[in-house]
Design a protein around this ligand. Structure first.
Ligand code: TRP
Length: 333
Protein backbone atom coordinates (compact mmCIF):
# COMPACT_ATOMS: atom_id res chain seq x y z
CA UNK A 1 0.00 0.00 0.00
CA UNK A 2 1.26 3.44 -0.90
CA UNK A 3 1.39 6.10 1.79
CA UNK A 4 -1.19 8.86 1.66
CA UNK A 5 -0.38 12.40 0.57
CA UNK A 6 -3.19 14.87 1.09
CA UNK A 7 -3.62 18.54 0.42
CA UNK A 8 -6.43 21.06 0.28
CA UNK A 9 -6.86 23.75 -2.34
CA UNK A 10 -8.80 26.76 -1.16
CA UNK A 11 -10.93 28.15 -4.01
CA UNK A 12 -10.47 31.83 -3.30
CA UNK A 13 -8.98 33.05 -6.57
CA UNK A 14 -8.37 32.25 -10.20
CA UNK A 15 -5.27 30.00 -10.28
CA UNK A 16 -2.10 31.82 -11.38
CA UNK A 17 1.34 30.69 -12.48
CA UNK A 18 2.65 31.12 -8.93
CA UNK A 19 0.11 28.49 -7.84
CA UNK A 20 1.16 26.34 -10.77
CA UNK A 21 4.87 26.38 -10.00
CA UNK A 22 4.55 26.43 -6.23
CA UNK A 23 1.75 23.99 -5.70
CA UNK A 24 0.10 22.31 -8.67
CA UNK A 25 3.19 21.03 -10.44
CA UNK A 26 4.92 19.65 -7.32
CA UNK A 27 1.64 18.09 -6.14
CA UNK A 28 1.17 16.32 -9.48
CA UNK A 29 4.72 15.01 -9.26
CA UNK A 30 4.19 13.80 -5.70
CA UNK A 31 1.11 11.92 -6.84
CA UNK A 32 3.37 9.50 -8.69
CA UNK A 33 4.82 8.14 -5.44
CA UNK A 34 1.85 8.37 -3.09
CA UNK A 35 -1.82 7.70 -3.03
CA UNK A 36 -2.79 11.33 -3.40
CA UNK A 37 -5.96 12.86 -2.02
CA UNK A 38 -6.38 16.40 -3.31
CA UNK A 39 -9.53 18.27 -2.45
CA UNK A 40 -11.23 21.61 -2.96
CA UNK A 41 -11.50 23.23 0.48
CA UNK A 42 -14.79 24.95 -0.28
CA UNK A 43 -15.92 25.16 3.34
CA UNK A 44 -12.63 26.82 4.24
CA UNK A 45 -13.24 29.33 1.49
CA UNK A 46 -16.60 30.12 3.06
CA UNK A 47 -14.79 31.91 5.88
CA UNK A 48 -14.10 34.67 3.34
CA UNK A 49 -16.11 34.05 0.12
CA UNK A 50 -19.70 34.86 1.01
CA UNK A 51 -21.11 35.12 -2.49
CA UNK A 52 -22.80 31.94 -3.75
CA UNK A 53 -22.07 32.44 -7.45
CA UNK A 54 -18.48 33.34 -6.73
CA UNK A 55 -17.84 30.29 -4.57
CA UNK A 56 -19.40 28.00 -7.17
CA UNK A 57 -17.47 29.60 -9.99
CA UNK A 58 -14.14 29.48 -8.16
CA UNK A 59 -14.69 25.83 -7.27
CA UNK A 60 -15.26 24.94 -10.92
CA UNK A 61 -12.28 27.03 -12.03
CA UNK A 62 -9.95 25.30 -9.63
CA UNK A 63 -11.31 21.86 -10.54
CA UNK A 64 -10.97 22.49 -14.28
CA UNK A 65 -7.49 23.95 -13.80
CA UNK A 66 -6.11 20.89 -12.04
CA UNK A 67 -7.69 18.52 -14.54
CA UNK A 68 -6.41 20.52 -17.52
CA UNK A 69 -2.93 20.59 -16.03
CA UNK A 70 -2.83 16.82 -15.89
CA UNK A 71 -4.43 15.60 -12.67
CA UNK A 72 -5.68 12.11 -13.49
CA UNK A 73 -8.79 11.39 -11.42
CA UNK A 74 -8.22 7.66 -11.83
CA UNK A 75 -5.00 7.98 -9.83
CA UNK A 76 -5.65 10.97 -7.59
CA UNK A 77 -8.68 11.00 -5.33
CA UNK A 78 -9.98 14.45 -6.23
CA UNK A 79 -13.05 15.70 -4.36
CA UNK A 80 -14.89 18.51 -2.65
CA UNK A 81 -14.42 18.91 1.08
CA UNK A 82 -18.15 19.63 1.45
CA UNK A 83 -19.08 16.25 -0.01
CA UNK A 84 -17.66 14.41 3.00
CA UNK A 85 -19.94 15.00 6.02
CA UNK A 86 -17.65 12.98 8.33
CA UNK A 87 -15.12 15.79 8.27
CA UNK A 88 -17.40 18.05 10.31
CA UNK A 89 -18.08 15.32 12.81
CA UNK A 90 -14.37 14.80 13.27
CA UNK A 91 -13.84 18.56 13.49
CA UNK A 92 -16.09 18.66 16.55
CA UNK A 93 -14.26 15.78 18.22
CA UNK A 94 -10.93 17.45 17.54
CA UNK A 95 -12.20 20.80 18.79
CA UNK A 96 -12.62 19.09 22.15
CA UNK A 97 -8.88 18.35 22.08
CA UNK A 98 -7.73 21.73 20.84
CA UNK A 99 -6.76 24.20 23.51
CA UNK A 100 -8.22 27.61 22.89
CA UNK A 101 -4.82 29.16 23.47
CA UNK A 102 -3.47 27.24 20.49
CA UNK A 103 -6.07 28.89 18.25
CA UNK A 104 -5.43 32.30 19.80
CA UNK A 105 -1.85 31.95 18.60
CA UNK A 106 -2.71 30.95 15.02
CA UNK A 107 -1.13 33.49 12.66
CA UNK A 108 -4.15 34.12 10.45
CA UNK A 109 -6.31 34.97 13.46
CA UNK A 110 -3.60 36.82 15.36
CA UNK A 111 -2.81 39.08 12.42
CA UNK A 112 -6.40 40.32 12.23
CA UNK A 113 -6.52 40.85 16.00
CA UNK A 114 -3.28 42.84 15.87
CA UNK A 115 -4.60 44.96 12.99
CA UNK A 116 -7.77 45.64 14.96
CA UNK A 117 -5.85 46.63 18.08
CA UNK A 118 -3.50 48.85 16.08
CA UNK A 119 -6.48 50.62 14.51
CA UNK A 120 -8.14 51.11 17.93
CA UNK A 121 -10.97 48.68 17.10
CA UNK A 122 -12.38 45.94 19.29
CA UNK A 123 -10.02 42.89 19.20
CA UNK A 124 -12.28 40.44 17.46
CA UNK A 125 -14.01 42.90 15.15
CA UNK A 126 -14.94 41.26 11.84
CA UNK A 127 -13.68 37.84 12.88
CA UNK A 128 -16.16 35.03 12.45
CA UNK A 129 -15.89 31.82 14.45
CA UNK A 130 -15.25 29.86 11.25
CA UNK A 131 -12.08 31.85 10.74
CA UNK A 132 -11.10 31.26 14.35
CA UNK A 133 -11.65 27.49 14.21
CA UNK A 134 -10.24 27.19 10.69
CA UNK A 135 -7.25 25.16 11.94
CA UNK A 136 -9.55 22.61 13.57
CA UNK A 137 -11.39 21.91 10.34
CA UNK A 138 -8.05 21.69 8.60
CA UNK A 139 -6.82 19.14 11.15
CA UNK A 140 -9.97 17.13 10.49
CA UNK A 141 -9.33 17.32 6.71
CA UNK A 142 -5.98 15.72 7.28
CA UNK A 143 -6.61 13.25 10.09
CA UNK A 144 -9.82 11.84 8.63
CA UNK A 145 -7.88 10.03 5.92
CA UNK A 146 -4.87 8.79 7.87
CA UNK A 147 -2.65 11.11 5.83
CA UNK A 148 1.08 10.51 6.10
CA UNK A 149 2.38 13.56 4.28
CA UNK A 150 0.81 16.94 3.63
CA UNK A 151 2.47 19.10 0.98
CA UNK A 152 1.84 22.77 1.74
CA UNK A 153 3.40 26.20 1.36
CA UNK A 154 5.37 27.78 4.15
CA UNK A 155 2.30 29.82 5.17
CA UNK A 156 0.58 26.61 6.23
CA UNK A 157 3.37 25.29 8.44
CA UNK A 158 1.73 26.42 11.65
CA UNK A 159 -1.54 24.78 10.69
CA UNK A 160 0.32 21.52 10.26
CA UNK A 161 1.91 21.91 13.68
CA UNK A 162 -1.52 22.46 15.20
CA UNK A 163 -2.77 19.34 13.40
CA UNK A 164 0.08 17.26 14.80
CA UNK A 165 -0.47 18.64 18.32
CA UNK A 166 -4.16 17.85 18.24
CA UNK A 167 -3.57 14.35 16.87
CA UNK A 168 -1.05 13.66 19.64
CA UNK A 169 -3.38 15.00 22.32
CA UNK A 170 -6.06 12.67 21.03
CA UNK A 171 -3.73 9.68 20.82
CA UNK A 172 -2.38 10.32 24.32
CA UNK A 173 -5.83 10.28 25.76
CA UNK A 174 -7.01 7.10 24.06
CA UNK A 175 -4.53 5.04 22.11
CA UNK A 176 -2.81 5.38 18.79
CA UNK A 177 -5.93 5.95 16.72
CA UNK A 178 -4.86 8.82 14.48
CA UNK A 179 -1.89 8.95 12.12
CA UNK A 180 0.31 11.92 13.01
CA UNK A 181 1.16 13.49 9.63
CA UNK A 182 4.37 15.09 8.39
CA UNK A 183 4.34 18.43 6.62
CA UNK A 184 6.21 18.65 3.33
CA UNK A 185 6.99 22.34 3.12
CA UNK A 186 7.67 23.76 -0.30
CA UNK A 187 9.99 26.64 0.38
CA UNK A 188 10.19 27.66 -3.28
CA UNK A 189 6.60 28.87 -3.09
CA UNK A 190 7.96 32.02 -1.54
CA UNK A 191 10.32 32.80 -4.37
CA UNK A 192 7.92 33.00 -7.30
CA UNK A 193 8.01 36.59 -8.28
CA UNK A 194 4.94 38.59 -9.16
CA UNK A 195 4.64 41.50 -11.60
CA UNK A 196 5.92 43.99 -9.04
CA UNK A 197 8.76 41.88 -7.64
CA UNK A 198 6.90 40.81 -4.52
CA UNK A 199 5.74 37.22 -4.08
CA UNK A 200 3.09 36.42 -6.69
CA UNK A 201 -0.19 36.52 -4.82
CA UNK A 202 -3.79 37.40 -5.49
CA UNK A 203 -3.76 39.70 -2.48
CA UNK A 204 -1.02 41.80 -4.08
CA UNK A 205 -2.85 41.91 -7.41
CA UNK A 206 0.41 41.00 -9.17
CA UNK A 207 -0.43 37.66 -10.73
CA UNK A 208 -0.42 36.09 -14.18
CA UNK A 209 -3.48 33.83 -14.42
CA UNK A 210 -2.76 30.45 -16.03
CA UNK A 211 -5.84 30.18 -18.19
CA UNK A 212 -7.02 33.73 -18.77
CA UNK A 213 -7.55 34.57 -22.48
CA UNK A 214 -4.26 35.15 -24.30
CA UNK A 215 -4.74 38.92 -24.55
CA UNK A 216 -5.16 39.19 -20.78
CA UNK A 217 -2.06 37.13 -20.13
CA UNK A 218 -0.21 39.39 -22.54
CA UNK A 219 -1.43 42.49 -20.76
CA UNK A 220 -0.23 41.16 -17.42
CA UNK A 221 3.19 40.26 -18.84
CA UNK A 222 3.54 43.77 -20.24
CA UNK A 223 2.80 45.17 -16.76
CA UNK A 224 5.83 43.47 -15.20
CA UNK A 225 7.86 46.16 -13.50
CA UNK A 226 11.42 46.72 -14.75
CA UNK A 227 13.96 49.48 -14.29
CA UNK A 228 14.48 51.98 -17.10
CA UNK A 229 17.79 50.74 -18.49
CA UNK A 230 18.17 51.15 -22.26
CA UNK A 231 18.67 48.04 -24.41
CA UNK A 232 22.41 48.50 -24.89
CA UNK A 233 23.14 48.88 -21.18
CA UNK A 234 24.35 45.81 -19.24
CA UNK A 235 21.79 44.51 -16.76
CA UNK A 236 21.64 42.20 -13.79
CA UNK A 237 19.38 39.25 -14.74
CA UNK A 238 18.86 38.36 -11.09
CA UNK A 239 17.38 41.78 -10.40
CA UNK A 240 14.86 41.51 -13.26
CA UNK A 241 11.27 40.46 -12.60
CA UNK A 242 10.80 39.30 -16.20
CA UNK A 243 13.80 36.99 -15.99
CA UNK A 244 12.63 35.73 -12.59
CA UNK A 245 9.50 34.30 -14.21
CA UNK A 246 11.13 33.35 -17.52
CA UNK A 247 13.66 31.08 -15.85
CA UNK A 248 10.91 28.80 -14.54
CA UNK A 249 9.62 28.03 -18.02
CA UNK A 250 12.53 28.22 -20.49
CA UNK A 251 15.00 25.40 -21.04
CA UNK A 252 18.54 25.46 -19.68
CA UNK A 253 20.27 26.68 -22.85
CA UNK A 254 17.78 29.48 -23.42
CA UNK A 255 18.15 30.62 -19.81
CA UNK A 256 21.96 30.65 -20.06
CA UNK A 257 21.87 32.57 -23.34
CA UNK A 258 19.49 35.16 -21.91
CA UNK A 259 21.55 35.53 -18.78
CA UNK A 260 24.58 36.34 -20.92
CA UNK A 261 22.62 38.85 -22.99
CA UNK A 262 21.53 40.70 -19.85
CA UNK A 263 25.12 40.87 -18.65
CA UNK A 264 26.61 41.88 -22.02
CA UNK A 265 23.95 44.43 -22.87
CA UNK A 266 21.76 44.38 -25.98
CA UNK A 267 18.52 43.20 -24.43
CA UNK A 268 15.35 45.30 -24.54
CA UNK A 269 12.84 44.65 -21.78
CA UNK A 270 10.00 44.88 -24.29
CA UNK A 271 11.48 42.04 -26.35
CA UNK A 272 12.09 39.99 -23.24
CA UNK A 273 8.47 40.43 -22.20
CA UNK A 274 7.31 39.34 -25.64
CA UNK A 275 9.43 36.26 -25.37
CA UNK A 276 8.07 35.43 -21.95
CA UNK A 277 4.55 35.84 -23.24
CA UNK A 278 5.27 33.51 -26.19
CA UNK A 279 6.80 31.01 -23.82
CA UNK A 280 3.74 31.03 -21.57
CA UNK A 281 1.56 30.57 -24.64
CA UNK A 282 3.57 27.54 -25.79
CA UNK A 283 3.49 26.13 -22.29
CA UNK A 284 -0.21 26.53 -21.60
CA UNK A 285 -2.25 27.10 -24.78
CA UNK A 286 -3.16 23.44 -25.42
CA UNK A 287 -4.17 23.04 -21.79
CA UNK A 288 -6.13 26.27 -21.94
CA UNK A 289 -8.30 24.75 -24.67
CA UNK A 290 -8.95 21.81 -22.45
CA UNK A 291 -9.69 24.11 -19.52
CA UNK A 292 -12.21 26.06 -21.57
CA UNK A 293 -13.90 22.86 -22.71
CA UNK A 294 -14.15 21.64 -19.11
CA UNK A 295 -15.60 24.96 -17.96
CA UNK A 296 -18.33 24.48 -20.57
CA UNK A 297 -19.25 21.13 -19.04
CA UNK A 298 -20.06 21.63 -15.38
CA UNK A 299 -21.88 18.31 -15.23
CA UNK A 300 -18.66 16.53 -16.09
CA UNK A 301 -16.79 18.47 -13.40
CA UNK A 302 -19.45 17.56 -10.84
CA UNK A 303 -19.20 13.94 -11.89
CA UNK A 304 -15.43 13.85 -11.46
CA UNK A 305 -15.72 15.36 -7.96
CA UNK A 306 -18.56 13.05 -6.97
CA UNK A 307 -16.58 9.99 -8.02
CA UNK A 308 -13.68 11.30 -6.01
CA UNK A 309 -15.90 11.87 -2.98
CA UNK A 310 -17.06 8.27 -3.11
CA UNK A 311 -13.47 7.04 -2.97
CA UNK A 312 -12.58 9.52 -0.25
CA UNK A 313 -15.50 8.40 1.89
CA UNK A 314 -14.39 4.80 1.58
CA UNK A 315 -11.27 5.84 3.47
CA UNK A 316 -12.95 8.30 5.84
CA UNK A 317 -15.87 6.23 7.06
CA UNK A 318 -13.85 3.46 8.78
CA UNK A 319 -11.51 5.99 10.37
CA UNK A 320 -14.44 7.99 11.72
CA UNK A 321 -15.93 4.78 13.07
CA UNK A 322 -12.68 4.09 14.90
CA UNK A 323 -12.72 7.59 16.37
CA UNK A 324 -16.30 7.25 17.61
CA UNK A 325 -15.47 3.94 19.18
CA UNK A 326 -12.35 5.33 20.82
CA UNK A 327 -14.16 8.24 22.46
CA UNK A 328 -17.21 6.20 23.54
CA UNK A 329 -20.09 7.71 21.59
CA UNK A 330 -22.82 5.98 19.56
CA UNK A 331 -22.72 2.85 21.67
CA UNK A 332 -21.61 -0.43 20.12
CA UNK A 333 -22.22 0.52 16.48
N1 TRP B 1 -5.48 26.16 4.55
C1 TRP B 1 -5.00 25.71 3.28
C2 TRP B 1 -4.63 26.96 2.43
O1 TRP B 1 -5.10 28.04 2.73
C3 TRP B 1 -6.02 24.89 2.54
C4 TRP B 1 -6.33 23.63 3.26
C5 TRP B 1 -7.52 23.32 3.86
C6 TRP B 1 -5.46 22.53 3.45
N2 TRP B 1 -7.45 22.09 4.39
C7 TRP B 1 -6.21 21.56 4.18
C8 TRP B 1 -4.15 22.26 3.07
C9 TRP B 1 -5.63 20.34 4.55
C10 TRP B 1 -3.58 21.04 3.44
C11 TRP B 1 -4.33 20.09 4.16
O2 TRP B 1 -3.92 26.85 1.49
Amino acid sequence: MKQIALTGIKPTGQPHIGNYLGMIKPALELAEDYQALYFIADYHALTTVKNKKELEELTYQVTATWLALGLNPDDVIFYRQSDIPEVFELAWVLACFTSKGLLNRAHAYKTIVEDNVAAGREEDKGINTGLYTYPVLMAADILLYGSHVVPVGLDQQQHLEITRDVAMMFNNNYREVLVVPEAVIRKEVMTITGLDGRKMSKSYNNVIPIFAPANQVRKQVMRIVTDSKRPEEPKDPDACNVFAIYRHFADRDAIDAKRQLYIDGGLAYGDMKNELYELLETTFSAQRNQYNALMEDRKELDKVLENGAEKARAIAVPIMRKVRKAVGVTGAR
